[in-house]
Design a binder for this molecule. Structure first.
Ligand code: 4AD
Ligand code: MG
Length: 430
């Protein structure tokens, strides 16, 4: 047999196969070497018995260092005790490169050390499991929207203006102008929704977050759907359907990875729509009842979100926040103009806000008024106002933060492990 991948071993029981990979670990007991080989799809134990291979190969196996690259041949045997259910009886070993002394060993390392070696840390079993789940989450999000007739439209990353307030902008020179890295693709999706009806963008977004938390990255990925003629209620239904779908897909396809991460599956199995909804007013009452010193009109901190989310067994919507704590483009509730038709979706288990969404202002006069109140310059938003001049319609959308979603589904204590190369307040390397 030519090269096969470890995840395909079940199809090759009894056959001799070739695996191309790296040494994950090795131990020996005189006449037998046990080599754990990983190939990116899984890990398998290769067993090499002295009398079954040449003396040179047996000696080579003894010298193998952690992460050396090797090509092995072996016969696939089913073994209930083996992780993955299979083992290889090795018949041949070829060295591709003998690795230098590997910095990451099975002993415990400090987090800064691991972050400095992120390019190597990605090879570990836990990080590998997270990468695969992240990849599945991205694919399931895209499938969800593609299957529902959404058009994927790419938003620009270099932009002339802010979307989510001016305090977190990354600024850069753009010839004779200033440009900002996009905080969100939303404003452009509003334009695209008027062209295609149902659209989404899915890409990196940037925020110069000046505080150090376990929920914030400087560069994170966001999926942002926008739907023409959808109102606030339609918007929340789309959100719960999306989140329910993504969680069930990961449960269905990535149990082994969730096991590696020791994720409590029972906390994910309940994530089925409809999700509970509370208003901002009710959230304030619940917080006050829990002893938090907070008054109507204040925004929630991470701790507040955790207290609220702990009261439910699945994600909870908090809707209709006061105008003054939310972005300029949100539509006021016609029945209560001091609040806006928006929602935050809070994940359980202390993972905080994973979605922010709203119905948008569709009236030109009101939009102009809000832009003035927020000191936003007319010139750079002229195109955005045009959308209210030429066939304005009610419309809504939201942004789901990919990394917060990965952190929650994987049950990770910190957002830094959810993205291959995190950009944090004190880290731009590697
Ligand atoms: O609530 P936010 O700021 O909403 C928007 O940007 C809207 N324009 C989206 C829209 O309606 N199209 O951000 C949306 C989500 C948050 O709920 C959170 O999950 C994530 O983006 N997020 C971050 N994730 C990691 N690091 C950060 N610094 C984040 N800031 C926001
Ligand atoms: Mg938000």
């Amino acid at each position: 047999m030519g090269q096969v991948y470890i995840e395909e071993l079940s199809q090759h029981e009894g056959q001799e196969v070739t695996i191309k990979g790296w040494v994950y670990n090795r131990r020996s007991s005189g006449k037998i070497h046990f080599i754990l080989v990983r190939d990116g799809t899984g890990i398998v134990q290769g067993v090499m018995v002295k009398k079954e291979v040449s003396p040179e190969i047996f000696q080579l196996a003894k010298e193998l260092t952690q992460e050396s690259s090797i090509i092995v041949k072996g016969i696939v045997r089913s073994d209930e005790r083996a992780p993955g259910g299979y083992e290889l009886t090795l018949t041949h070993l070829e060295l591709v490169q003998m690795a230098e002394e590997y910095p990451i060993t099975p002993k415990e390392h400090g987090i800064e050390f691991l972050m400095d070696h992120r390019h190597l840390w990605l090879r570990s079993r836990r990080q590998h499991a997270i990468l695969r789940i992240r990849s599945e989450i991205i694919k399931s999000i895209r499938d969800f929207f593609d299957d529902r007739g959404f058009v994927m439209v790419d938003a620009p990353l270099l932009t002339p203006a802010a979307c989510e307030g001016t305090t977190t902008l990354f600024e850069t020179d753009y010839f004779d102008e200033k440009a900002f890295l996009a905080q969100s693709g939303q404003l452009y999706m509003e334009a695209a929704a008027m062209a295609c009806g149902k659209v989404y963008c899915f890409g990196p977004t940037f925020r110069a977050e000046k505080s150090k938390t376990r929920r914030h990255l400087m560069e994170f990925w966001m999926v942002e759907p926008e739907v023409a003629y959808a109102d606030h209620e339609d918007n929340m239904r789309l959100q719960e359907d999306l989140v329910g779908y993504v969680v069930q897909r990961v449960l269905e396809k990535h149990r082994p990875e969730l096991d590696v991460l020791e994720r409590d599956i029972s906390r994910l199995e309940t994530v089925v729509p409809p999700f509970p909804r509370i208003t901002y007013d009710e959230a304030i009452q619940r917080l006050q009842k829990a002893g938090v010193d907070i008054k109507w009109g204040a925004d929630f901190g991470g701790g507040d979100e955790t207290i609220l989310a702990e009261q439910f067994d699945r994600p909870v919507f908090v809707e209709k926040y006061p105008v003054q704590v939310k972005a300029f483009y949100m539509k006021p509730d016609p029945e209560r103009p001091e609040v806006v038709l928006c929602d935050d979706l809070l994940a359980p288990e202390g993972y905080g806000e994973i979605i922010g969404g709203s119905q948008r202002i569709d009236d030109l006069g009101l939009l102009k008024q809000r832009m003035q109140e927020h000191d936003l310059p007319d010139e750079v938003y002229a195109w955005y106002m045009d959308l209210r001049r030429y066939g304005s319609v009610p419309h809504s959308g939201f942004g789901l933060g990919l990394e917060r979603t990965v952190a929650w589904i994987c049950g990770l204590p910190h957002i830094r492990e959810t993205i291959p190369f995190p950009r944090l307040i004190n880290r731009l390397y590697p």
